[in-house]
Ligand binder design. Sequence first.
Ligand code: CMC
Length: 429
Amino acid sequence: MSRTARIELDGKSYEYPVVEGTEHELAIDISKLRAETGYITLDDGYGNTGSCKSAVTYIDGDKGILRYRGIPIEELAEKSTFIEAAYLVIFGHLPTIEERDRFATILMDNAMIDESMKKHFDAFSQSETHPMAITSAMVNLISGYEPDGGNIRTNEDMEAAAAKLMSKVRTIAAAAYKASIGEPIVYPRYDLRYAENFLHMMFTKPYLPYEPTPAVSKALNLFLLLHADHEQNCSTSTVRMVASSQANLFASCSAGVNALSGPRHGGANAAVIEMLEQIRDSDMDVKEYVRRVKDKEDGIKLMGFGHRVYRNFDPRSKILRAAAEDMFKELDVTDPLLDIAQELADTALSDDYFVERKLYPNVDFYSGMILRAMGIPINMFTVMFAIGRMPGWIANWKEIHDDEKNRIYRPRQIYVGPTDQHWIPREER
Ligand code: CMC
């Protein structure tokens, strides 16, 4: 039975359809509201606004559920690889053996970036440019080397473009790091798989070969898989916004990299490590730090805690906490920051301030520890997130691209600036 919502405005009544998702999420479709009433809705931060219908990822924040294309994240984390999960996210189904092999071949064929692109990295050499800035610039630049990049007509074109972007962003990320420390770029190897190849390009030095260990490769695969998509977050909405203007895949995803760079989004995993280091290096103990957070001293927050959507627990953080413990055991690493992190989590989870506000560790609370144990430098943490999130951005770009009825994203606003002003001659101001 179709349901409607009624809105009373200025003595008149208007009806709007209720839309139900496949997981029974409910929304009021107000797309005709302005035309019929002259009113718009106001929703600062979009917390109550569904900006699109999407079939990629489902989250139930209260129950701590995350599913890619219907499959629970826990199952994928246990049984899948990043590349298989990426294929699922982008194309909507788990790849057959033939599809997986074809995708892997295109990934491998595109592992190199155009040789002439190297000169752009040279310009950044030892300039202390943040690798995230280099990554977004270089992802954008791929369009310059792929004049046909925006011209995706068939499934095969889409498959090629997706694999190209996923493969190149990994090479770009490692090269961005090398450029930022003034070392020569390391070329990909054709005998290594996706995660191993990244580790090779990151850590091989001209005088020192590097062989990734299975424990580190496994942890990296898991890290990337857990970040592959997360519904309409800030960067994914940015990608959709840019895509709605029919900007090409590379330009749209480069905008996603920039949106991800902020500390409230992708930058949080680095902020967690900085916070733990601050506690380690100061006289302050964990209890004192938590007291300062609760008193909102200097606006400090417990980084890696809280989430706009999860109000119970973040399923990714549960998986990563266990993986971090396994990895530390397997590598026989001890890290005092991990002890501080555990103490901080235990203190916060039993404190009324956090319990009442439903603040739990999010994915970034443990991902920073995992990246640190792999030897990934802190300024690369957000870049790692960007490599992982690429399938989600591509999938959301594809949804916009495939939807013939898609309109350009163009929200409205409530103007609160001055009215009726006039230009004043300069000498009278
Ligand atoms: N530490 C202390 N207090 C907090 C925290 C925190 N991490 N997060 C929220 N609060 C408080 C906030 O001050 C507010 O208190 P009050 O009711 O007294 O004003 C209350 O909890 C509600 O918070 P909010 O600001 O309405 O929450 P939000 O949904 O706007 O923000 C958030 C979500 C993730 C930006 C925020 O929790 C935060 O800044 N967390 C720390 C940064 C972080 O870990 N970010 C990574 C997010 S997960 C990665 C991803 O999926 O992108």
